[in-house]
Design a protein around this ligand. Structure first.
Ligand code: B12
Ligand code: SF4
Length: 479
């Protein structure tokens, strides 16, 4: 019998290891709480497996991780909420234990998910402190008010505590031995690791500062390197950083690289990460290369400085160009992630963005058409000020009965026309340039990683790395 069943509900392929759940499992273990990880990802019948494990484990608490509310792509929108609803119903029939849901997906729309699922508890933000404390609260040892980030039900509605965003997140070395990480590498092509949590930037569309905290909480470089060594012992050599932005702040990124280099790990591992074009420098690119960095996904967003300012970004197009050049000179693959269709976007700025990306000569570029709107962001406020969503011609997806934005809903600047017209315009400007990926296009330009068979097959055949890097090598026939 386990005290807590930790359930991974993310079953899309290629598989991404449930890093948050693994970190929570380690935190529980440190407090001598017995956990059973119920990973549904590789099960042929996930619901039946869930029922079987819960009946066997008979836990006091069922803790379900919910990573993505949807695939966040306007052209191929797919919500994961119906699947989660089914898993919750199965858990209900298998055990009388209360259910708590958390995770990156949960944290972008917590109250809405609580209402949609009817679960007793939810947690916005970190789970390492919250899950063990919730167990103690259920035993009457502490109050529900003591559990950071907790949402729970009372007669008059859903109550919530503020998250604490604690500094002390995971300074000690994590063992990373509660999940079958070798299997995730074999089927998923890389494994996640965090060097910090949180982001203090003001990009109008982004939910990360809300779901991960605005306070940046770096881990000690030694703890990160220890964790890499623990994973290397399991044969894991290819990683994807799970920081919102690895180079915010730049000094911490450099310190992590220094530590990896000092231990000689740079030559033994390959890793990828998300970075913002500022702060970046030739020196950081050097360090990253020596520390094993194989590729960087830059959130460049736009090729128009006024659009960047409207998006709340704090860098210029020139800085994106320079960042890509520094990578090219050092053999680090660089992807430019572009976001087209935000408020103020015109056919001209969209065209300019594609031309800018071509001129930057990245290894590849990805186009996200339309902006997913999240509750609590500046973008959501801008749109609310334009009147009811259902009457706003720039809103696509679920505009009606969706005030909490749990169902996928997007903004697309009216100047671009319908999503199909906008896609047509962009395809025309891309003009067959094979470096460009197009989210949700449904053809070989698609870089939606949700149930992506091309990736699954390439990984099964031995490809490793970030998915955009595998896809670009596939397109260039270098795999
Ligand atoms: C790195 C990353 C990727 C990498 C993953 C690499 C890897 N090996 O892990 C790649 C590029 C592959 C990727 C792919 C996708 N991603 Co992604 N990704 C991220 C990112 C930056 C980090 C995720 C992460 O691991 N964080 C670190 C871990 C430790 O945090 P965590 O999982 O949130 O867990 C903590 C808490 O949430 C909580 N918690 C977690 N589970 C539970 C459970 C309970 C019960 C409780 C109480 C608490 C709790 O405690 C944990 C520890 O504190 C996040 C944004 C972010 N900053 O989190 C986006 C993010 C999760 N991704 C997102 C999306 C949309 C996707 C894709 C669907 C995109 C696509 N269409 O292809 C795919 C899905 C792939 C898949 N199979 O699931 C969105 C989801 C948004 C949403 N609407 O839900 C996010 C939030 C980015 C964003 N802002 O848009 N992603
Ligand atoms: S887009 Fe990047 S830099 Fe901007 S708030 Fe989100 S995580 Fe931070």
């Amino acid at each position: 019998m386990a005290e807590i069943a930790l359930v991974n509900s993310n079953v899309t392929k290629p598989p991404i290891s449930p890093l948050g759940l693994e970190y929570i499992a380690e935190a529980c273990r440190e407090q001598e709480i017995e956990v059973e990880v119920v990973d549904l990802c590789f099960e042929t019948d996930p619901a039946a497996a869930l029922e079987h494990h819960l009946v066997q484990a008979d836990p006091e608490l069922v803790a379900i991780t919910f990573r993505n509310t949807d695939n966040c792509m306007l052209l191929s929108s797919h919500s994961f909420v119906p699947e989660l609803t089914e898993f919750v119903a199965t858990a209900r029939s298998a055990t009388e234990a209360p259910i708590v849901v958390g995770g990156a997906g949960f944290s972008v729309a917590p109250a809405a998910i609580m209402r949609a699922l009817g679960v007793e508890y939810g947690v916005l933000g970190d789970g390492e402190q919250a899950v063990p404390l919730l167990l103690r609260a259920l035993r009457g040892e502490v109050d529900l008010q003591d559990v950071p980030g907790l949402l729970w039900r009372e007669a008059d509605g859903i109550r919530s505590n503020c998250p604490e965003w604690p500094e002390l997140l995971s300074q000690s070395a994590l063992r990373r031995d509660t999940i079958d990480n070798a299997l995730y590498l074999e089927r998923g092509g890389q494994l996640g690791i965090e060097t910090k949590r949180g982001c203090d930037r003001d990009c109008i569309y982004c939910a990360d500062p809300l779901s991960k905290g605005r306070r940046i909480r770096p881990r000690s470089p030694a703890a990160v390197a220890d964790e890499v060594e623990n994973l290397l012992r399991q044969g894991i050599e290819v990683y994807h950083l799970c920081d919102s932005e690895f180079n915010v702040p730049q000094e911490h990124a450099a310190a992590v690289c220094d530590e990896l280099i000092r231990r000689g790990l740079g030559a033994r591992i390959q890793w990828y990460g998300y970075l913002t074009p500022r702060p970046f420098s030739a020196e950081l690119a050097d360090l990253m290369q020596h520390a094993g960095c194989a590729g960087i996904n830059f959130g460049a967003d736009s090729g128009d400085d006024e659009m960047l300012a409207r998006l709340g970004r704090d860098f210029s197009c020139n800085e994106s160009l320079e960042a890509v050049r520094w990578c090219r000179e050092r053999g680090i693959a660089a992807m430019l992630d572009l976001l087209i269709g935000a408020p103020g976007e015109t056919r001209e700025t969209a065209r300019q963005t594609i031309e800018f990306a071509k001129a930057a000569e990245p290894s590849c570029a990805g186009i996200s058409l339309g902006v997913r709107i999240y509750p609590g962001t500046k973008l959501a406020h801008i749109i609310a000020a334009q009147g009811p969503m259902e009457e706003n011609p720039a809103i696509y997806g679920h505009a009606e009965d969706n005030a909490d934005m749990l169902a996928p809903v997007f903004y697309l600047s009216p100047d671009l026309g319908t999503p199909q017209e906008a896609a047509g315009l962009l395809s025309e400007v891309i003009a067959g340039d094979r470096r460009f990926f197009f989210g949700g296009s449904g053809d070989d330009r698609d870089y939606d990683y949700d149930d992506n068979q091309a990736l699954v097959d390439a990984i099964a055949a031995g490809a490793r790395g970030a998915y955009w890097d595998i896809l670009r090598r596939l397109r260039a026939s270098t795999l």
